[in-house]
Design a protein around this ligand. Sequence first.
Ligand SMILES: [Zn+2]
Ligand SMILES: [Zn+2]
Ligand SMILES: [Zn+2]
Length: 129
Amino acid sequence: MRQTPQREGILRVLNASDRPLTVEEISARMGEDRSGLPTIYRNLERFILEGWAETMLGQDQVMRFVRCNSKRHHHHLECEKCGRMVEVDFCGVEDSLRQLEIASGFQITKHQLSLFGLCSDCQTAEKRH
Ligand SMILES: [Zn+2]
Ligand SMILES: [Zn+2]
Ligand SMILES: [Zn+2]
């Protein structure tokens, strides 16, 4: 697929970040390739449809964007302490969802999980205290 400088710029910023970013933060980090916020939004929407990025609603209720490397269904974990986000390349809750389907009579077609915790670095730092 042909990449415009804007698209490349946005992907570069998302790839370089280990935590989700707001549109304003993405714009600020784009440097030379910076385009208007509406253009960045439009590109991000495309990325989400293409599976290259996801939106994340933070605990502060602010919407941020994160780069997705996995092409299949997966989840992200966010560290409550340092804000780092880690992608895990699998789901892990499918069996539980099957139980939910049985209990509810629903056919579950999609789900999103917000997972928060302490990353391994922050756990180590806590233990040193
Ligand atoms: Zn993702
Ligand atoms: Zn952490
Ligand atoms: Zn899942």
